[in-house]
Design a protein around this ligand. Structure first.
Ligand code: ADE
Length: 225
């Protein structure tokens, strides 16, 4: 999978891709990530990329021309399956969307900034708009990193243990059950007996029951879906 990220803050984005699982995926050749500094597509001495909004109001808006130049340059090189825009005024990211995106070959992610982008960018180029939650970040860069992390870990071969992504929270609309490791008794706090029993069908039953309990208590809305 190739991901091209168009951003005004490329340096803010680098670290998540240089560490841990995303680094491993890139090193294994399973994911390729390229950053494009929008500023380089701005015109004039100041490489202008934003301007005041028509109709008045606080906050700058990213202009269509620099974004169009960058997207169209990329599109001339290859076909993109999705062009994503990160913004709080969109549907919230969920596991179904990350599963869907993990099957794609080429993706562009345009990260919002300031007051956002000119609506015409969204109308002309964007195929999917994603929010990572009902709160406002300074820019969409961290949202792009979150989306990439959630998607890249699902690409076959990225995770060492192939089954571990399948048993993540949300894969079946349930939160994960509690997990324990040694010691089996910490200052009188004991690990549930069943997990030490070696009876794997019973352990699976217990985990499913706990997953339902936890979901019902913390995220009952998931059970309605
Ligand atoms: N940009 C600013 N806030 C955001 C959010 N919650 N999700 C995605 N992009 C954003």
């Amino acid at each position: 999978m190739r991901i091209d990220i168009i951003t005004v803050e490329p340096d803010l984005l680098r670290s998540p891709f240089e560490n841990s699982m995303m680094k491993r995926a890139i090193e294994k050749g399973l994911a390729e990530v390229h950053f494009h500094n929008l500023r380089e597509y701005g015109h004039g001495n100041y490489r202008q990329i934003d301007d005041y909004q028509f109709g008045g109001g606080a906050g700058m808006v990213l202009m269509i021309e620099p974004i169009a130049r960058c997207i169209e340059k990329l599109q001339a090189e290859r076909t993109y399956d999705e062009i994503i825009y990160t913004t709080p005024d969109a549907q919230t990211l969920n596991q179904a969307t990350t599963n869907h995106l993990s099957l794609k070959e080429n993706i562009i992610i345009l990260t919002g900034h300031y007051k956002g982008v000119d609506q015409r960018v969204r109308d002309k180029y964007i195929t999917k708009e994603i929010s990572i939650g009902d709160y406002v970040l300074t820019g969409g860069e961290l949202a792009a990193a979150v989306i990439c992390d959630a998607v890249i870990r699902l690409i076959p071969g990225v995770l060492g243990d192939e089954t571990s992504a399948l048993t993540d929270s949300f894969q079946d609309n349930l939160l994960s059950p509690p997990v324990y490791t040694r010691p089996s008794d910490y200052e009188g706090m004991k690990v549930p007996e069943i997990l030490l029993s070696g009876n794997f069908p019973k352990i699976e039953e217990w985990r499913t029951e706990k997953a339902y309990e936890r979901t019902k208590q913390i995220r009952p809305d998931l059970l309605d879906e």
